[in-house]
Design a protein around this ligand. Structure first.
Ligand code: SF4
Length: 356
């Protein structure tokens, strides 16, 4: 059985993580949380991009207070990210956070962790126990001769046990490393040892291009082994890109059905229209549609129609014109400048019919 099918189902607001639920996509805001309106605006953009759960940092009491206003204006669960000061975690929970992400190791004494656990328990909020390769405890670094997958796993399980011993098990575990191979190994190890759902991500993965590749490789392997209940792609960039990348990774692995797929040819000397720009626009246009439609954007009428046969809807470029095709059948020839608008009409109709 896949690990994710047997994990504990943990409620994070309206989203269930684990227990075989669909793998959810998370992101993190990069606005000042204290600035509720900027944070709300960003979360609404992320919702539109398909984000399932959002996390915001809570570095001050003012940020915890802002959670009240933020909660009122968004539609997805929000997780408070707290380091060092347990009072901030408690305050964020009091302000309506659906979950809190802490590393019990940097929250301080057991009593302080207990106060956070009590606040979460009172509200049925989930706790994400996060450990990170950058902050692995000294004794584990010494025990394993450096920062290792084994050390990360032991640290995470110790923290989960600490909270369990306080009588709470509404937990999600995350073990993060910026080293892809270490991440894979750590997830394989922890999956053998826990039934808590796992939040998977490659931390500090890099800029949009590099980070998306590192995350795709790491998450691709881990998810394909049946491990991982919720994911975040960490990118140095607009968090909307994190959501897009996360969804594409799930789509490529067959773990996400309710979104369109765009295939496009790499272009070559036969390409007769501005395909690179068209493919980008088509991708943008279709991404919000919440259903499984396959779209192809091909550069020529020689190989395009053959290659587009598998697609529900296809555009094939010709000299100043494009062929619109549906399930391999030609619908009509359209001048290049009208191609996008005509494609949109067909796409919208197709989506309507799928949803009907
Ligand atoms: Fe070249 Fe046509 Fe193939 Fe695109 S579909 S790569 S333009 S041959």
């Amino acid at each position: 059985m896949k690990h994710r099918e047997g994990t504990k189902a943990v409620r994070v607001g309206s989203v269930t993580v684990g227990g075989g639920s669909p793998v959810s996509v998370q992101s993190m805001t990069n606005t000042k949380t204290e600035d509720a309106s900027a944070t709300i605006a960003q979360i609404l953009r992320l919702e539109e991009a398909g984000c399932d759960i959002i996390r915001s940092t809570v570095p001050t009491l003012e940020a915890a207070e802002a959670f009240k206003e933020i909660k009122k204006n968004i539609h997805i669960p929000i997780v408070a990210d707290v380091h060092f000061d347990y009072r901030l975690a408690v305050a964020a929970l009091e302000s309506g956070a659906d979950a809190v992400r802490i590393n019990p190791g940097n929250i301080g004494s057991v009593d302080r962790v207990r106060a956070v656990v009590a606040a979460a328990k009172e509200r049925g909020a989930a706790i994400r126990v996060g450990v990170n390769s950058g902050s692995l405890e000294k004794n584990l670094v010494e025990k394993y001769g450096g920062v290792t997958a084994e050390g990360l796993v032991e640290s995470a399980l110790d923290k989960a046990r600490l909270i369990e011993d306080m009588g709470y098990d509404n937990l999600v575990i995350s073990i993060k490393s910026s080293d892809v191979m270490m991440s894979i190994k750590a997830h394989e190890l922890i999956a053998e040892k826990t039934r808590y759902p796992l939040h998977v991500g490659i931390t500090e993965a890099g800029t949009v291009f590099t980070g998306a590749i590192k995350s795709s490789v790491g998450l691709g392997v881990i998810l394909n082994e049946g491990i991982g209940d919720t994911i975040r792609v960490s990118l140095t960039g607009d968090p909307v890109e994190e959501v897009r990348a996360g969804r594409q990774i799930l789509k490529a692995l067959g773990l996400k059905k309710d979104m369109p797929e765009v295939v496009s040819c790499p272009t070559c000397g036969r390409t007769q229209i501005d395909l690179i720009s068209l493919a980008g626009k088509v991708e943008e246009l279709v991404q919000g549609a919440g259903c499984d439609v396959k779209v192809a954007v091909m550069g020529c009428v020689v190989n395009g129609p053959g290659e587009a046969r598998e697609a529900d809807l296809a555009v094939c470029g010709g000299r100043g014109v494009g062929l619109l095709m549906k399930k391999g059948e030609i619908l009509r020839k359209v001048p290049e400048e009208e191609l996008l608008a005509e494609f949109k009409k067909e796409f919208d109709a197709l989506v309507e019919s799928r949803k009907a």
